[in-house]
Design a binder for this molecule. Structure first.
Ligand code: PSV
Ligand code: MN
Length: 426
């Protein structure tokens, strides 16, 4: 299925009057506050979030997987789905591949397909948390950290192969997440597995092309429940520093214990110039992989407030890699992704409303009340018409979700691919 740009423009015409009324109202309000809303729209238009190749089908839990009709079964079809998202939202102009779930067979064809949708290849992700069918490795007791040298070497080799695949596609970074850890006290010697991990990461780093970055993800628990080798941002940062200046920490919003102050972690990493990228999702308890902004939108705004501050004030930190890392168990994956993209832009736009100079003045005057007022005034501003305007200017859908439904996208995909097609992934 391919959406025609004209179909979107036609749908937008029906929404134009209402949109203009709402946009003019907000634009006036922002103008009175001396906020350069045109500049905000420009930033929103340019903001691109990578869609992971594994998020286009229904995810599963350890209790089951209920697939969604019309799921993409090939990488080409996954790119087509991202193309639909990008056409509708203008925010999904990148894909992040998970290897070996999505090894391209025909590189030229894949590149052509991606280019036809204006999609670039973002970070590639390695996978040493699963044994692959017909492979000799066994990651049951770990990969880069394991006491078994042979398995460590295979895991290092896998990461180097992933880099090679990424090189052929134009990726410029690799993200490593390790499931390595222990389920029981005494199972691992903490220091030994940490040293193995550090040595292995350094070997991968040595194979990294000069214009590439290495992102190291952390996570406190799951699938191991007693200890995880790279359990927190401090461990990730320490390992990144031990590799070199092109290694960074990657923050996945779901990878924190309840109530962790993620925005403070973000600020600290930006200050050190060591924040590499972001995996967006939302959660109530753990790594729940729910739709971005569905549970804690204020926390997301506070995180973006630090990101916006850092992007302006921390030239020591390189541009960030943005990606959605969610799992869609109950919703249509494409609708879920549209909601996530919207939530990300809302938080970004709200953060761009914060007057950092006035906030600094209030902080220096220790006017706690004024500080809170400023943040909450931005958070409570309905910025959706700014986002709609940014999409309208790009000829994307003013209301992507409504357009997705009006164009019968899922129905058509089911007709084309079948009711029982299943995407690769977890
Ligand atoms: C692990 O929970 C994670 O966040 C990593 O990024 C994986 O690569 C991804 O999820 C996919 O399962
Ligand atoms: Mn992740």
């Amino acid at each position: 299925m391919k959406i025609d740009r004209q179909q979107i423009i036609d749908l937008n015409k029906g929404l134009a009057f209402n949109h203009t009324v709402q946009f003019d109202f907000l634009a006036n309000q922002l103008h009175h506050k001396s906020i350069d809303y045109q500049n905000i729209i420009k930033k929103l238009k340019a903001f691109q979030v990578a869609i992971p190749s594994w998020a286009l089908g229904a995810g599963g839990t350890r209790f089951g997987r209920f697939s969604f009709g019309g799921e993409p079964t090939t990488l080409e079809q996954k790119l087509d789905d991202i193309g639909i998202l990008h056409m509708l939202t203008n925010t999904a102009g990148a894909v992040s591949l998970h290897i070996p779930w999505d090894i391209p067979r025909d590189y030229a064809a894949i590149q052509e397909k991606a280019a036809s949708h204006n999609i670039v290849f973002d970070a590639v992700n390695s996978n040493t948390f699963q044994d692959q069918p017909n492979a000799n490795e066994n990651y049951k007791f770990g990969s880069l950290s394991t006491v078994n040298k042979d398995i460590r070497e295979r895991a290092i080799q896998h990461n180097i192969e992933v880099i090679d695949i990424g090189k052929k596609l134009g990726s410029k970074s690799i993200t490593i997440w390790l499931a390595d850890g222990a389920n029981f006290p005494g199972q691992n010697n903490f220091q030994r597995v940490l040293k193995h991990t550090q040595d292995s990461l350094q070997k991968i780093y040595q194979a990294l092309p000069n214009d590439w970055k290495l992102f190291i993800e952390y996570k406190p628990y799951e699938p191991n429940f007693y200890s995880t080798v790279i359990q927190d941002w401090g461990t990730s940062l320490m390992l990144a520093e031990s590799c070199g200046n092109r290694a960074f920490t990657l923050v996945d919003l779901g990878h924190h214990l309840p109530n962790t102050n993620i925005e403070q972690i973000v600020a600290t990493l930006l200050y050190k110039g060591k924040l590499g990228g972001f995996h967006f999702n939302d959660s109530k308890y753990g790594d729940d992989d729910l739709t971005v902004g569905s549970i804690k939108p204020y926390a997301l705004f506070l995180i973006f407030n630090e990101l916006v501050y850092g992007m302006k004030n921390n030239p020591q930190n390189p541009d960030l890699a943005w990606m959605i890392d969610a799992s869609h168990n109950t919703k249509d994956p494409l609708e879920d992704l549209i909601q996530s993209l919207e939530a990300i832009l809302i938080a970004y736009a709200q953060a761009l409303l914060v007057d950092q100079d006035r906030l600094k003045e209030a902080q220096e005057a220790q006017d706690v009340v004024a500080c809170q007022e400023m943040l909450q005034d931005a958070y409570r501003t309905d910025v959706r018409s700014l986002i709609r305007e940014s999409r309208s200017q790009a000829n994307a859908a003013i209301d992507p979700l409504a357009a997705y439904r009006a164009l019968n996208v899922r129905k058509t995909l089911v007709k084309e691919r079948g009711e029982k097609s299943t995407a690769t992934g977890l």
